[in-house]
Design a protein around this ligand. Sequence first.
Ligand SMILES: Cc1cc2nc3c(=O)[nH]c(=O)nc-3n(C[C@H](O)[C@H](O)[C@H](O)COP(=O)(O)OP(=O)(O)OC[C@H]3O[C@@H](n4cnc5c(N)ncnc54)[C@H](O)[C@@H]3O)c2cc1C
Length: 447
Amino acid sequence: MEGSSGNGNGRGPAAAAVSTGITSAPGRERGILVVGGGMAGISAAIEAAEAGSDVYVVEQGPSLGGRVAQMHQYFPKLCPPYCGLEINFRRIRSDHRHFKVFTQATLENVSGVAGDYEVTIRLAPRYVISERCIACNRCAEVCPVERPNAFNYGLDTTKAAYLPNPMAFPMKYVIDGAACVGSACSACVEACPTDAIDLQMQPKSVTVKVGAIVLATGWKPYDANNLTILGYAEHRDVVSNVQFERLAAVDGPTCGRIVRPSDGREAKRVAFVQCAGSRDVNHLPYCSSICCLSSIKEATYVRSQYPDSEVFVFYIDIRAPGRNEDFYHRIRADEGVHFIKGKVAKVFADPAGSGDLIVEADEMLSGAKRQVPVDMVVLATGMQPSLAGAAPIPGLPVEFDEHGFALENRAAGIFVAGVAHRPSDVVTTVRDATGAALKAIHTTVQA
Ligand SMILES: Cc1cc2nc3c(=O)[nH]c(=O)nc-3n(C[C@H](O)[C@H](O)[C@H](O)COP(=O)(O)OP(=O)(O)OC[C@H]3O[C@@H](n4cnc5c(N)ncnc54)[C@H](O)[C@@H]3O)c2cc1C
């Protein structure tokens, strides 16, 4: 259970070993390691723990939830993602015996074979002693340092002493040591009413023995800076789909008001550019499978906030498989949402100086060139596996496809869940995670 997870509570020497807190019954089979604390990792971990396995979750960030925690709403039901996440967090809280969560943690080394792995986990210092932190915000109030807010995809800043997000699990502050480097400031230490801050905290490592590993390291958004013709690097009002989620979120940088980052003007005419870099050999050759649905969902954010708004979706073809097709048809029926079949050739500032952006596309059905003036452009960038281009984890017997998606290694007891494995929505991710958990349990029981 997080809170006693070791990386925010100790004061030992660098790379000291930390007790995991799980005490397995004698003769009990080995536990399961889950790498990644997003929807896939949480789901796999809960399924395995509730079936009786000891589970260790290794999450590189300061809190659980992954990218789903950064969404405003889920398609197709348009409910807030925290509904689902909170239920899972409650299940984790209620299963102290079988659960161990390490945040700000990464794998340092893996050795052994299926059924008998020894894994060393590196714990970065949180500089906050988790058990003592009461999330009172005093440290952030007095902190003089601002740093980019990764949770809001850089659309605003936080203090160097910050809560990872308003619904963070664990609800514990963290200090960005890199943002304070070279500073003699200790304002947060002095302000903390529970003596929870230790700026001398060092990295540590902990070793666990497990029988199987579930890799659930998820995805990162494709870098929109690579899409030069679409104007992301040039125009502040060209944003990516993940940034748009944060603009619409009540706990986001604009408190949910959909306004232009450049001048705060209400964004009532919004263009969505589909396949922004996807299905393109120069960028991501594959389809991320969720971008059409996520843009259709984001169109509803605009339409429900501004009844007099207009949305333009530029697409090659709409991919809304299975039950999601009903959702697509429902939004398509909205007169304020215009679907334009055509690949966007460029996005540029209105030469007349109106402040609008112009989206230019060749409309496939009529053959005409269309220029549509809008307030804001949203690029539907795809999902790239987190581990693509990352340094290999020493000793982890896993292979990747040409795009960086991890491949299951059943013989070695390594299973992959969620977008680490392939692009997928949350429902598919959870289903995948359940399967990975079952296979992992099977491996540990057989061993
Ligand atoms: C714009 C957009 C909108 C979307 N909207 C919806 C929607 O409305 N409905 C829907 O069903 N789906 C939606 N999706 C898809 C959804 O985001 C994914 O299905 C979901 O995030 C997959 O969860 P995951 O756990 O596999 O990955 P992630 O959410 O990426 O979680 C992975 C976790 O692993 C951690 N991690 C990564 N590398 C390491 C490492 N080396 N060591 C330790 N930890 C690591 C990360 O920090 C993260 O916490 C959307 C996607 C996009 C791009």
